[in-house]
Ligand binder design. Structure first.
Ligand code: SF4
Length: 480
């Protein structure tokens, strides 16, 4: 039987499965690694097609190159697929070159960087040892790629959103901007091959499964890859299908905590209400908890209340900025007033919330960033992250930065905490990093905040210890 190895390489922690952010987890404030669902989906498809599959998340396991070498020697894969990020791509390619030279498997790389890529960007990379690039949704591509590469079956040019080598060896793209439709037809990630205990809820350390409930976003945020790579039309799974996956997680893997991964979970209030009601009416009611992302528009207090009733323990908002001028320039489609309204509803309901903020957009002055700081203090989220704007290839932000000569030589190799921009039109990267540090320290080191968190965790000492660990990590990161 043909063998396939799916893996994240050893090294620093990145959200490799989350194409839209690809976040550097080690250098962030309070994020935990999310499950490797991209590998899990690929594994499920490949198992269905009759391949023998091994799945390893070396980075999250803290495994080494020796472990990886051992797996190659023992398993001897015919095809390998590794998830890359914009940040790690150069190191990822060095590893791939070594593995191809030594073991000669068919090499597939998967990552948003390869979504309808410009030739000029590809020319920056040594792709000489790579056979296929998957830029789109892996579960709609990997089965056909493996069947073509290992069995000579199917037509490779019909696979969605990939690049393959033609008879001259040139990488040629298939159709991009077309997406697989019926998400309910896809198998659930092969969690029997995933080490589910690695992916933890940050406060309680309990295993947390990621469940993708929808794909795509109709919004136009200039910095976001989602509308490009997943489309502007949202494709939903049915609530019943999502509940079936949750039930499988609960019954077969003992998982009680979930991250509902949708580009914006609350974008369709009717769907959210149906989903929450289904959980409430199911045997899982009271036994599970979940967290989800949300925009502040559309949103209602009633929806947030229903989410809480169904087991939502945390909602994460992309507030982004405290300046209406900047919210308009980044085409967020929301206002500061709506940001504050969402925060107020959460406080009234008693639903903890995360606030995500971005500073360093090309138009930003110090005054704009101070408005963001003011919003943070006024909204008073339970947790925050402040990232530096990152102009991913393929986003409108990239074009704006290019036009304004704000890009460093290449955006590859950078991340939210190691910017690839020269700064904004008015602030240097150093100034932005200092402002980020000031905001995070001002927020997290408030005595009122620390006392509140101590009070909330007085009956859960383990949670308090985890908060303290993240707090120490944050301070260390900010001063290193
Ligand atoms: S709301 Fe904006 S940031 Fe969020 S997924 Fe949609 S486009 Fe991206």
């Amino acid at each position: 039987m043909d063998k396939v190895l799916l893996f994240y390489p050893p090294g620093a922690l990145f959200q490799r499965g989350e194409d839209r952010c690809q976040q550097n987890v080690d250098d962030g404030s309070a994020q935990a690694m999310r499950a490797c669902n991209d590998l899990g989906y690929a594994a499920a498809i490949l198992l269905k097609e009759g391949f023998e599959v091994k799945l390893r998340d070396y980075q999250t396991e803290g495994a080494t190159m020796d472990d990886l070498t051992h797996d190659f020697e023992e398993f001897q894969p015919d095809l390998i697929m590794m998830s890359i990020t914009n940040t790690t791509i150069f190191d990822d390619l060095k590893l791939i070159n070594t593995l191809k030279d030594k073991y000669n498997p068919v090499v597939v790389l998967k990552g948003a960087l390869f979504y309808a890529p410009e030739q000029a960007m590809l020319d920056l990379l040594d792709l000489s040892h790579v056979d296929y690039l998957i830029g789109g949704e892996v579960d709609f591509a990997i089965g056909q790629v493996a069947k073509f590469a290992l069995r000579g079956e199917g037509k490779i040019e019909e696979v969605l959103s990939i690049l393959y080598r033609d008879e001259t060896g040139k990488l040629v793209p298939t159709a991009f901007h077309t997406w697989g439709e019926n998400l309910d037809d896809q198998p659930f990630p092969a969690r029997q091959l995933m080490n589910n205990a690695l992916y933890k809820r940050p406060d309680t350390d309990e295993p947390m499964a990621t469940i993708q409930t929808a794909r795509g976003c109709p919004s136009n945020c200039v910095f976001c890859l989602t509308p490009e790579i997943s489309g502007k039309r949202v494709r939903f799974r049915s609530p019943a299908n999502v509940l079936a996956e949750m039930t499988e997680c609960y019954e077969q893997h003992g998982i009680r905590n979930f991250f509902f991964k949708a580009d914006t979970f609350t974008i369709n209030e009717k769907w959210v209400r149906e989903m929450c009601q289904l959980i409430i009416d199911s045997p899982l009611n009271g036994k599970i908890q979940f967290t989800a992302n949300s925009r502040v528009r559309p949103l209602s207090k009633e929806t947030l209340q229903l989410m809480k009733d169904a087991g939502c323990f945390l909602v994460a908002f992309g507030f982004e900025s405290g300046s209406d001028e900047i919210l308009s320039l980044i085409r967020k489609g929301t206002t500061v007033e709506e940001n504050l309204q969402a925060a107020k509803w959460c406080h009234e309901i008693g639903l903890p919330f995360w606030g995500f903020f971005v500073i360093g957009f090309p138009w930003e002055t110090k005054a704009h960033i101070m408005q963001t700081k003011k919003l943070i203090m006024k909204a008073d989220p339970d947790f925050i992250e402040v990232t530096i704007a990152l102009p991913f290839y393929g986003t409108p932000l990239y074009e704006v930065c290019k036009e304004n000569d704000l890009l460093a030589e290449s955006v590859l190799g950078s991340d939210f905490f190691h910017s690839s921009m020269k700064g904004t039109k008015y602030l240097t990267v150093d100034e932005l990093m200092k402002l980020r540090r000031d905001i995070l320290l001002s927020f997290y080191l408030r005595p009122k905040y620390i006392l509140k968190k101590m009070g909330e965790t007085v009956t859960h000492p383990g949670v308090f210890v985890n908060y303290a660990k993240y707090g120490i990590k944050l301070v260390v990161n900010l001063f290193k």
